[in-house]
Design a protein around this ligand. Structure first.
Ligand code: 26V
Length: 819
């Protein structure tokens, strides 16, 4: 593939990096090295890295084209990729050289790392999973492309003011983004509104979508380097641009301001990430965002396919598309439109191709998260798609009738159109019908999908459903986040674990190695000190590094039950004040997480945590025996700081509600012990680490269902458990909110009467489990042995295993050369 115009690959030794950094500083950033700021140096280093990355991207692309590979496209509204500098330097293998190069120029890499803003283009688990999958696709040399939206504003910044969450815009592009390559020539029109005209062409009915508005999608490429190889994949994010900079009609009429206003309105499509996690929003702008990035991505995928000379009807030989939840599910109708209306493929053949191409991952069972769009809205915004969905549904329901003759109820239940709630398009149904595989993200989750949400679909097409348990990337969540532990492990068992996490099993041999165990403990301690320093500088609070660090870090949601944790904290507090906690280990309870701005009860939970923290942290009676921290603005970079320091991992959702969880895996990998329910991937974590190495409590999913069916009465638990009653009374009566004693009356009332997520039912069992945690922590040897076993047994939860399962069971793609 050599060509006379090819470059000499840029060398990656220290001196070459030094030269590149200095040149970038002067030529690109435009600064004199004598008075460059830390941020200028950060930009310069990023440019030096990206020069090398983009070369490898070019060769990767050539190789994939030449080898005529099948590509997998991941369609996701969210990518929580966080900071990129350390990741890229480590994956490319010149982190150390870069560190030295900078040092010789009088700059500390460590000091500039924190200046990089997080790319927070996602809400939580779903977005972070997408980022881990991209890392794995590149690392495993799989031809994988991400497609998403280049939000101008990502996840909001959370400030805590007087104990309450306040949202601030995330202007992450303020200083520019050195990792992205704008592609002003990669543009596609995306159409909205208008109407459909039918006409006949040699006896065939054709559809024309006319009038309405057009927005331009422009590509920005973020190269995704693999670890330890030369493979660099691509994440393509779309930004909305006005079709013409100004609408000439208005312009000519002299209405200059109106012309500019329309430009701005069309560009709002990619302006902001919806900050909802687990509640569908049903707003027109959200639908437009979904269609905008799906349409651009599919046009781009088809253009590549055709440019490479492949016939359109062979699409599924060369293309697999994964739908990350239903957010991109309109792709099913869009691909049908492109095939039938634009490429004139007959309907039946187009439908075969479509189903072979798509697969759909479901990430939640929460009913309020299921996306539905009013037929009237869809008809107005996407008139041709609404027709196509009706046609898909017509053919599909015929198949249902054929399979279940005379059963009209099943037809109604399976229909893509929900007729019972004012005619809505059920996006999950469209996704299932239009895919050849549907997967849940953990074993229990897939079982519950088959049993509940997709019960009828499972009866119809049992083979369509597969379970693929989530995973996490060891590159980010151990190698980068916990460098000391990573190096110590490498010294013990070699470096292969970074790409083959199962190797950590060998650490079991160290259970009796006093020196290794001591190092393991000391590293945890230093990670806590690092976190403590950050907490001191952010919050002015000094936490005890010898205390048990108990963390619950995730979105704030009732189903995740931060309230259960708070009830335990209050119980401990009461025991200390009563003098009933003499032998108790000192404990720091740390929370971090954002609430959806419109989710009133979740915001109240944040307020309560901060109110309880205020009381506990300022009570001289508990001095240093118990502390409570709300760590503000949880994001990928704060996760990387907190996780390596944690002792105890709170995974306490009501059984049957958390699809998988991935924080549970990150924490266990870093030697935190889990206290959790039999929910999501916790079940598989228990299986992996052994039930003696995890603290399981509470009702299981079947018991939750049974109790609910029998008639759950939370008041009974309140009446019969004095410690629970006392804690709830204190919250209700204003003990933690003396300035506003009624603040939590409604919250407690809800717990006593409805308690949707059965906090009270699991309280007693949770407290007992916490007592066992406390007892174990008193025995540092036993604790670190158990912690080490958690680290050693996390191999299964590598994202590389997850991605291999997708590649084999769903996509039919293979690794392609390079190593
Ligand atoms: C829904 C919506 C509705 C429209 C507005 C924006 C929006 C954003 C996100 C969602 C659903 C989020 C679902 C989600 O994040 N699920 C999490 O997925 C993780 C990865 O599979 C899994 O580990 C978590 O258990 C699951 O909660």
């Amino acid at each position: 593939m050599e060509h006379e115009n090819d470059l000499e690959p840029l060398p990656c030794d220290k001196d070459s990096l030094k030269r590149s950094i200095r040149e970038a500083l002067v030529h690109i950033v435009g600064k004199d090295p004598r008075n460059a700021t830390s941020r200028d140096w950060l930009q310069a280093v990023a440019y030096a890295a990206r020069e090398r990355i983009i070369e490898q991207r070019m060769y990767t692309k050539r190789l994939f084209n030449q080898e005529q590979v099948k590509r997998v496209y991941y369609l996701s509204m969210e990518y929580l990729i966080g900071r990129m500098l350390v990741n890229h330097l480590m994956n490319l293998g010149f982190y150390d050289a870069c560190c030295q190069a900078l040092e010789e120029m009088g700059v500390s890499l460590h000091e500039i790392i924190d200046l990089e803003p997080d790319a927070a283009l996602g809400n939580g688990g779903l977005g972070r999973l997408a980022a881990c999958i991209l890392d794995s696709l590149s690392t495993q040399c799989l031809p994988g492309y991400g497609y998403g939206i280049r939000y101008e504003f990502g996840m909001f910044h959370q400030h805590i003011e007087h104990g309450e969450q306040v949202e601030h815009p995330d202007n992450w592009l303020r200083y520019g983004n050195p990792w992205e390559f704008p592609r002003p020539e990669k543009i596609y029109p995306v159409h909205f509104y208008g109407y459909v005209v039918e006409h006949r062409d040699h006896g065939v009915v054709r559809h024309h979508w006319e009038d309405g508005e057009e927005v331009i999608a422009m590509a920005y490429d973020l190269p995704v380097p693999g670890y330890g190889n030369k493979n660099v994949n691509n994440l393509r994010l779309w930004a909305a641009k006005a079709t013409r900079d100004f609408d000439l009609d208005y312009f000519n009429e002299g209405d200059y301001i109106r012309a500019v206003q329309e430009k701005i309105e069309s560009e709002t499509i990619s302006m902001v990430l919806y900050p909802n996690d687990a509640t569908a929003v049903g707003r027109e702008l959200r639908l437009k965002q979904e269609y905008f990035f799906v349409s651009a991505s599919l046009q781009d995928i088809l253009a590549r396919h055709i440019k490479l000379g492949y016939p359109i009807t062979d699409l599924s030989d060369k293309v697999a598309i994964q739908l990350n939840d239903t957010h991109p599910a309109i792709a099913v109708a869009e691909l049908m439109r492109l095939l039938v209306d634009q490429h004139l493929v007959p309907w039946d053949r187009a439908w075969e191709v479509t189903r072979e191409v798509f697969a759909y991952t479901n990430h939640t069972l929460m009913p309020e998260a299921l996306e539905t769009w009013p037929v009237a809205l869809m008809e107005r915004v996407l008139p041709r798609h609404m027709q196509i969905i009706f046609d898909i549904n017509f053919h599909f329901l015929n198949e249902v009738r054929h399979n279940f003759p005379g059963d009209n109820n099943i037809v109604r239940r399976l229909s893509i159109i929900d007729e019972d709630h004012g005619r809505q398009v059920r996006m999950a149904h469209l996704a299932v019908v239009g895919s050849h595989k549907v997967n849940g993200v953990a074993a229990l989750h897939t079982e519950l999908l088959k049993r509940n949400l997709f019960r009828d679909f499972h009866r119809l097409w049992p083979d369509r459903f597969v379970s693929i348990t989530n995973g996490i990337t060891p590159r980010v969540w151990l190698n980068q986040a916990n460098p000391e532990l990573a190096q110590r492990i490498t010294r013990q068992i070699g470096a292969d674990w970074v790409m083959d996490l199962g190797r950590l099993k060998q650490l079991e041999d160290c259970l009796t190695d006093a020196e290794f165990l001591k190092d393991f403990r000391d590293i945890k301690r230093r990670n806590k000190e690092r976190l403590a320093a950050e907490i001191r500088s952010r919050l002015g609070l000094s936490i005890q590094p010898e205390a048990l660090l108990d963390v619950q870090i995730k979105r704030i949601h009732e189903y995740k039950r931060q309230l259960l944790n708070v009830l335990h904290i209050i119980t401990l507090y009461n025991r200390i004040r009563d003098g009933h906690a003499e032998g108790q280990a000192p404990r720091v309870s740390l929370f971090a997480g954002k609430a959806a701005p419109s989710y009133v009860r979740a915001k109240q939970i944040i307020h309560l945590i901060n109110d309880v923290a205020d009381v506990v942290n300022n009570d001289p009676v508990v001095h240093n025996r118990q502390q409570v921290v709300f760590f503000p603005n949880y994001e990928v970079s704060s996760a990387a700081l907190i996780i390596p320091a944690a002792d105890l991992s709170e995974q306490i959702s009501t059984a049957g509600t958390e699809a998988s969880g991935t924080g549970n895996m990150k924490l266990a990998l870093n030697g935190a012990i889990t206290i959790g329910t039999l929910d999501g991937a916790n079940i598989e974590i228990r299986q992996a680490v052994g039930e003696e190495n995890i603290f399981i409590f509470g009702l299981n999913a079947d018991e939750v269902d049974r109790l609910r069916a029998e008639g759950y009465r939370p008041g009974d638990y309140y009446e019969s458990n004095p410690e629970l009653r006392r804690a709830l009374d204190m919250i209700r009566d204003g003990f933690f909110s003396p300035d506003d004693p009624g603040r939590y009356r409604d919250l407690v009332h809800h717990l006593l009467t409805e308690d949707t997520f059965m906090v009270l039912a699991d309280y007693a069992s949770y407290i007992q489990a916490q007592d066992r945690v406390d007892a174990l922590y008193q025995d540092p040897q036993a604790w670190s042995r158990m912690a080490l076993l958690n680290t050693a047994r996390m191999g299964y939860f590598s994202i590389d295993r997850t991605v291999q399962e997708y590649a084999d069971k769903v996509w039919g793609v293979q690794p392609e050369g390079w190593n």
